[in-house]
Write a protein that binds this ligand. Structure first.
Ligand code: AHR
Length: 540
């Protein structure tokens, strides 16, 4: 019997337990200096030592035709909140203010059964279709042109997903032609007939979604997928040589074909692609963590490990092919997701805009998201795109109803990354007391990442304190005089790790001002509260 997506999701979250306890913490990131529990943690900052330029697209997000992400999320004609295009102005304003750089669209599992032609042209002629991935009705009232117009208003870029399930390589190249060619060809002229004269010049494209997964429509073997990706890549580049193409890597690190899939795919399509995708979702489940929050807060280290493993496979194939090209990584789905993951939460029952994947995030989820932000920062040399999955209503930082929206807990660490993680990642030396985590060995209490924005002379530290009970002092030592003035300092913390926001209580978990560090020349001491994520920005 074929594995249904719903069954597979349940199986794979159980299997995650195995992966989570199987971490070998030998990476240089967390194997740095060790400080006794009673000693302060120490961070050494030398502005001459950096790990790489942070691509702003590493703090992208994701909108799938799924549940209420598009319909009722960003598009709700008839609502008092909608503009003439039917776009929700409150959500649009919020996303514009956040400066989300890039948004993946239209899926996700949805894309593997999606015919993009159903979503273009006069709205009254668009078909109502059954979305088989989420068992929902798709009205097709929002499609490629609506998304492009919405991106322009939101000040973001599209990261377009292609249907590699029911769609052909030719269909993929046709969509590139529709979007990127100015005029004089079948598909570019169709776009013009649809009222859009200027091409969109979409740069980044995902060649399918999670094609290694038995739940995926059109699931295939690695060799089949790699061959199709090479063919599609070739055709797409004939249409527009400037496109950047991302091949589907493993759907998660628990897949039985993990890394082997990636290697076989790249053996087929290495020369036609620019990047490999990674996906991962985490949860504080009995299976993954035994409900132990101190273990849960260490799971961003699994993301560090997954990145280095994917990079190793890319480099292995590069060597094998003797290619001068080095692939970069696109971590184009990552988040906490474990509660709204089965039953009615993933089955739309053939309804329009059903309530699917409406995960409610608490304080500890937000702290772990802070950890993920740190992980992405310190892998800036390799990860050039990443997407918090997702953005509105579906495993999302922003939740809407007919009257407005509220911000979930995970919104805040994501926002801080968007606002403050700019420039280059600092190659910090971090010494921290550690604690024992079952299956993971010794994990540092303090997870610290840092950035240097040379233009403004700003140094920013992002600090996760995994200690659930104790505050920790951190001594920050700057090489030379260091920055002199604290510009911003905020912390997300609280007594109740399970506290969450809602329409009734939208600010239950929200950032607080963080007490100024005690400073002397070249050195600052910060007291970091227990169970917290903090950002401290210094200039001068
Ligand atoms: O983001 C929700 C789903 O998770 C996506 O549709 C799929 O790609 C992944 O399994």
């Amino acid at each position: 019997m074929p594995t249904s997506r719903r069954t597979f999701l349940q199986l794979s979250s159980t299997a995650a337990a195995v992966a989570a306890v199987d971490l070998h913490l030998a990476s240089p990131i967390w194997a740095q200096g060790k400080a006794a529990a009673s000693q302060p943690a120490r961070v050494f900052v030398d502005n001459r030592r950096t790990l790489g330029e942070i691509d702003p697209n590493v703090y992208g997000s994701f909108l799938e035709h799924l549940g209420r992400a598009i319909y009722e999320g960003v598009y709700e004609p008839g609502s008092k909140r909608a503009d003439a295009n039917g776009f929700r102005t409150d959500v649009l304003d919020e996303i514009r203010k956040m400066h989300v750089p890039i948004i993946r669209y239209p899926g996700g599992n949805f894309v593997s059964g999606y015919n993009w032609l159903d979503g273009v042209g006069p709205k009254d002629r668009r078909p109502r279709t059954l979305d088989k991935a989420w068992n929902s009705i798709e009205s097709n009232q929002f499609g490629t042109n609506e998304f492009m117009a919405w991106c322009k208003s939101a000040g973001t870029l599209p990261l377009m997903g292609l249907n590699f399930g029911t769609g052909s390589a030719e269909d993929a190249a046709a969509l590139v032609e529709y979007c990127n060619v100015e005029k004089g060809t079948k598909w570019s002229d169709m776009r013009r007939q649809h009222g859009v004269a200027e091409p969109y010049r979409v740069k980044h494209w995902c060649l399918g979604n999670e094609m290694d997964g038995p739940w995926q429509i059109g699931h295939m073997t690695a060799v089949e997928y790699g061959t199709k990706a090479a063919d599609a890549g070739r055709q797409m580049r004939y249409v527009d040589p400037s496109v950047k193409l991302i091949a589907c890597g493993s759907s998660n690190s628990r897949m039985p074909t993990y890394l082997e899939w990636d290697r076989e795919v790249l053996e087929q399509c290495y020369e036609y692609v620019d990047a490999l995708s990674l996906h991962a979702y985490y949860g504080n489940t009995p299976e993954m963590t035994g409900g132990d929050s101190s273990k849960y807060l260490a799971l961003n280290l699994a993301m560090d490990k997954q990145i280095s493993e994917a990079a190793a496979v890319c480099d292995m194939v590069q060597g094998h092919k003797r290619s001068p090209k080095r692939l970069w990584l696109s971590f184009d789905e990552w988040n906490v997701w474990y509660r709204a993951r089965s039953g009615d939460a993933v089955d739309g029952h053939e309804k329009e805009a059903p309530h699917l994947l409406e995960e409610v995030y608490n304080l500890e989820d937000a702290l772990l998201v802070g950890g993920f932000v740190n992980t992405l920062m310190r892998n800036a040399d390799r990860v050039k795109i990443a997407c918090l999955a997702q953005l509105v209503n579906v495993i999302a930082p922003i939740m809407t109803n007919e009257t407005g929206f509220y911000r979930q807990t995970i919104y805040f660490p994501y926002l801080w990354a968007l606002q403050y993680a700019k420039g280059r990642t600092l190659d910090l030396l971090v010494e921290s007391p550690r604690y024992e985590v079952s299956g993971m060995g010794e994990v540092p209490y303090m997870d610290v990442a840092g950035t240097l924005d040379a233009q403004s002379g700003t140094t920013t530290l992002f600090i996760l304190n995994r200690d659930l009970t104790n505050a920790h002092n951190i001594e920050v030592n700057f090489q030379g005089n260091g920055p002199s003035r604290v510009a911003n300092s905020m912390v997300l913390t609280g007594n109740d790790l399970k506290a969450f926001n809602s329409f009734e209580s939208p600010q239950k978990v929200s950032p607080q001002a963080f007490s100024k560090p005690v400073s002397s020349t070249g050195r600052a001491t910060l007291e970091i509260p227990p169970r917290s994520y903090a950002v401290v920005q210094r200039v001068g």
